[in-house]
Design a protein around this ligand. Structure first.
Ligand SMILES: [Zn+2]
Ligand SMILES: [Zn+2]
Length: 260
């Protein structure tokens, strides 16, 4: 059994064909998925989804790429995180790829999320693109380690992975690990301690091989786990068991909501 620890099921490309998405999960023994919030405006759609579908839980947050959206306060996030099916805060973090001017508002927004997570007592889901130094600095300054969480869709070097692990965080690998040229990610897949590993799709984006370039969906997380098992020379079951157990340890309520 697997859990997709990070996907965007509220987006129309997946929401419009939800029965087929669920069927693909069932066929691949994916017991559930965490639907990740990216704006407050769209959060009601995610709440409706978690109310309707037993095997879906959620996180609440405003993605660092998003401009021109409602800016969350600590109180907004803490309030929305009160319901048990909201298992974490995010996705948050920094994205200097889309915002090359490295704006201060991204760092302020990231601090807000870390403070909310600490207040709500729920773990963080962190996005990092070309911002490693500031991510690690703000995580340390705001004591993100007090609540822990996960660096999602991890693509940095093993040295960065070690720094993240030192802060008590988990590392989640996406379909990128299946890409031929992803040498750095494959190295992390081999070295990350098995008790700190999560797997995800980031669907509808980043479909793993053999679906690369196509629409991604939670059921395909199986291919992520298979590649990690191959790289480590261990069984698929071992990766599935460890990553699922880690996900439940980090997001305890998710365990009660999965379909088996
Ligand atoms: Zn992300
Ligand atoms: Zn995401």
């Amino acid at each position: 059994m697997l859990v997709d620890s990070h996907c965007h099921l509220d987006l129309a490309v997946l929401a419009d064909q939800f029965p087929a998405v669920l069927e693909q999960m069932r066929l691949n023994d994916v017991a559930g998925a965490i639907c990740i919030g990216v704006t407050l405006e769209d959060f009601p759609k995610i709440q409706a989804l978690t109310a309707r579908e037993r095997c879906i839980v959620a996180t609440v947050g405003v993605h660092p790429e998003n401009t021109g959206v409602q800016e969350p306060t600590v109180a907004d996030l803490v309030t929305l995180a009160q319901s048990p099916e909201v298992v974490g805060i995010g996705e948050t973090g920094l994205d200097y790829y889309w915002h090359k001017d490295r704006p201060e508002w991204q760092r302020d927004r990231f601090r807000t999320h870390i403070r909310a997570a600490r207040e709500a007592g729920k773990p963080l889901v962190i996005h990092n693109r070309e911002a490693t130094e500031d991510i690690l600095r703000l995580m340390a300054e705001e004591k993100a380690g007090d609540v822990g969480g996960v660096l999602h869709c991890f693509t940095e070097s093993w040295e960065v992975a070690e720094a993240v692990l030192d802060l008590g965080f988990h590392i989640s690998l996406s379909g990128i690990v299946t890409f031929k040229n992803a040498t750095q990610v494959k190295e992390v897949a081999q070295r990350v301690p098995l008790d700190r590993l999560l797997v995800e799709t980031d669907a509808p984006y980043l479909a793993p091989v053999p679906y690369r370039g196509k629409l991604n969906q939670p059921g395909y997380v199986k291919h992520v786990a298979e590649e990690i098992a191959r790289l480590r020379g261990i069984s698929f079951d071992e990766v599935a068991r460890a990553s699922t157990e880690n996900c439940f340890r980090l997001f305890p309520y998710a365990r009660t909501r999965m379909c088996s």
